[in-house]
Design a protein around this ligand. Structure first.
Ligand code: 0O2
Length: 213
C-alpha cells in the first residue's frame, strides 16, 4: 500500500498542470474564433484523479510511491472534444509540436477501436511545469475524441458502474452497434462539411471570375 504523507502537496503539480493546459488549449480555441476560423478544439475538460482512485490503481499495478510519478500517466487527465474526426488528428499534431509538452506514447483507438467499441486518441506526455524549485516534468494523459465518441463513452462508462463492470452480453452487443452508428454519424458529418467547403470554394472562384454578382 502506497503511503503519501501530504496529499495536497503531492497533487498540487497535477492540479497546476491540468489548469494550465486547459487555459492554454482554450486560448487556442479563442484565437481560431477571433480569426473567424473553424477551431479543431470544441471543448476541454480536465480532472485530477481522486486519492481513492490513485490508491486503487497503485495496488492493481503494484506500484511503489517513487514509481507513481513515472508510471501512473492518468493522474492528470485532459479530455478534448472535437466536432469532426479530422480535427482529432490536427489536435494531435498541435500537441506534438508544442514546446511545453513532450509526448511519449500515442494510442490510436480511432483507427483501432477497442473490443468494447470505444474510440478515442490517447496521448501520454510530460508537461513542463514551472515551479519555485525549477521545471518539473509532470506526467499526464490526454484523450481526444469527437462529440459523438464522447457521448458514447460517457453512456458506456455509466453502464460499467450500473453493472459493476459486468455488462450483459446483449447490452455489450448493442453498445458495439451504437459505437458503429456514432462513427457512421461522424463520417457523414465530415462528408457534409467537405461538400459545403467545396461548394463555397466553387462560389468564390466564380465570384472572382466575375461570373456572379
Ligand atoms: P476514467 O474514470 O475515465 O479515468 P487503466 O488506465 O490502467 O485503467 P489502460 O488499459 O492502461 O487502463 O488504459 P486505456 O485502456 O487506454 O484506458 C484509459 C482510459 O481510457 C480509461 O480510464 C477511460 O477513460 C478510457 N477508456 C478506455 N477504454 C474504454 C472503454 O471501453 N469505454 C470507456 N467508456 N472508456 C474507456 P479509466 O481509468 O478506465 O476511467
Amino acid at each position: 500500500m502506497v503511503y503519501i504523507h501530504n496529499w495536497e502537496e503531492f497533487l498540487q503539480p497535477y492540479e497546476l498542470t491540468t489548469s494550465e493546459i486547459k487555459l492554454k488549449l482554450e486560448g487556442i480555441r479563442k484565437q481560431f474564433k477571433q480569426k473567424n476560423k473553424h477551431s479543431p478544439i470544441e471543448s476541454v475538460r480536465v480532472r485530477v484523479k481522486t486519492i481513492a482512485s490513485i490508491l486503487e490503481k497503485s495496488e492493481r499495478m503494484d506500484l511503489t510511491l517513487d514509481r507513481i510519478g513515472e508510471e501512473m500517466y492518468d493522474i492528470a487527465g485532459v479530455r478534448i472534444t472535437c466536432k469532426f474526426v479530422e480535427d482529432i488528428f490536427k489536435v494531435v499534431e498541435m500537441l506534438k509540436n508544442r514546446s511545453d509538452i513532450d509526448i511519449i506514447t500515442e494510442i490510436d483507438y480511432i483507427t483501432n477501436p477497442k473490443d468494447s467499441g470505444y474510440r478515442s486518441y490517447h496521448l501520454h506526455g510530460y508537461y513542463h511545469l514551472e515551479t519555485i524549485d525549477g521545471t518539473k516534468q509532470v506526467l499526464f494523459e490526454v484523450q481526444i475524441r469527437t462529440m459523438a465518441m464522447n457521448f458514447w463513452a460517457s453512456i458506456e462508462h455509466t453502464m460499467h458502474y450500473k453493472y459493476s463492470g459486468d455488462i450483459p452480453e446483449n447490452v455489450s452487443i448493442r453498445l458495439i452497434k451504437a459505437a458503429e452508428a456514432a462513427y457512421a454519424l461522424d463520417n457523414e458529418m465530415s462528408q457534409i462539411k467537405h461538400e459545403i467547403e467545396e461548394a463555397q470554394e466553387h462560389f468564390k472562384n466564380r465570384q472572382n471570375q466575375g461570373l456572379l454578382y
